[in-house]
Write a protein that binds this ligand. Structure first.
Ligand SMILES: Nc1ncnc2c1ncn2[C@@H]1O[C@H](COP(=O)(O)OP(=O)(O)O)[C@@H](O)[C@H]1O
Ligand SMILES: [Mg+2]
Length: 297
């Protein structure tokens, strides 16, 4: 079975009129006990099937909270969250997550880690092997199938984590700063591979990062989160075709535009005097990932 057949976007209706992966957040608010300001307030966002949406903002602005709500690991105090018209209630393989820390089982091989969720879901052995093989191929790790986690590099571990999420054939793939711990070269490689994977699978992806470069390289749409409380400040459409040339002047220009937006936000929060309030780092610290990416980005 080919990769496209294994991971082709499933059709929600037989006539193909609607595809899986429409994620709708309506007026979502989330409070944590003991905080004076909600982590998120009145956040509305729609991700269309097959869209790659990146949420960007400084640390502490509510990005992980947003993803955890979609993953069903947190419940909003207010608002409605649906995937393909179904209310989100608790975790489900339709919504799989890739974290910054790969979270792989060290006593299992790459292939066994990828197979784990399928095994738990009761997928028969032959089908499981077929899907795991296709997933390994997708992340270019077929030859490392039998390696244990400690035998894999940081970038390879993240690729296994992505394969583990994709093998469940989710309607939406959630990614929480998955490349933040990698060096610049590996990050660029993973950006290229993720682009390739996304083009092949046409999954809806909701990706969060504090790196503006990463956001503009990958996203169809970049949503800037406002901090304290977390709200959507602005959205940018990135109308560039995929696969993208990451060093193009258009990307550099958009990066400048989005970064300016975030710098304004950092200045706004820094201007607040209440010591209780969350304080972001200086604008220069916001995007340490820009180092070594070239093009003056
Ligand atoms: N489990 C929690 N309990 C209390 N406060 C939390 C919890 N998780 C996150 N917060 C707070 O919510 C805000 C947003 O956090 P988070 O979503 O982790 O931000 P980000 O991922 O953008 O760095 C922060 O002020 C953080 O301290
Ligand atoms: Mg976070």
């Amino acid at each position: 079975m080919s990769l496209a057949e294994t991971f082709a976007p499933a059709l929600a209706s037989s006539n193909g009129a609607s595809r899986r992966g429409r994620l709708v957040l309506e007026h979502i608010s989330k409070d944590f006990p003991g905080s004076t300001v909600p982590a998120l307030r009145d956040v509305s966002l729609t991700c269309e099937p097959g869209e790659f949406v990146v949420v960007v903002g400084p640390s502490g602005c509510g990005k992980s909270t947003l993803l955890n709500l979609v993953a069903g690991m947190l419940t909003p105090e207010e608002g409605r969250l649906t995937l393909d018209g179904q209310a989100v209630r608790g975790p489900h393989p339709e919504r799989t997550m890739v974290f910054q820390d790969h979270g792989l089982f060290p006593w299992l091989t790459a292939a066994q880690n990828i197979a784990f969720g399928l095994k738990m879901a009761g997928v028969p052995r032959a089908k499981r092997d077929q899907r795991v093989e296709a997933a390994l191929e997708m992340v270019h790790l077929r030859r490392s199938a039998d390696k244990l986690v400690h035998e894999l590099s940081g970038g390879m571990r993240q690729r296994v984590a992505i394969a583990r999420a994709l093998v469940m054939d989710p309607a939406v793939l959630l990614m929480d700063e998955p490349f933040a711990a990698l060096d610049a070269q590996n990050r660029t490689l993973l950006h290229e591979q993720l682009q390739e994977l996304w083009v092949a699978t046409q999954k809806t992806v909701l990706f969060v990062t504090h790196s503006v470069n990463e956001a503009v390289r990958l996203g169809d749409r970049v949503v800037v989160l406002h901090a304290h409380p977390g709200r959507i400040r602005r959205e940018f459409r990135v109308g560039l075709p995929h696969p993208r040339n990451f060093d193009s002047p258009e990307i550099a220009q958009l990066v400048r535009l989005v970064r300016r937006e975030i710098e304004d936000e950092v200045n706004r929060v820094n201007a607040q005097t209440d010591e209780e309030l969350w304080k972001p780092k200086t604008p220069a610290d916001l995007d340490r990932h820009s180092v070594g990416m070239g093009g003056g980005i």
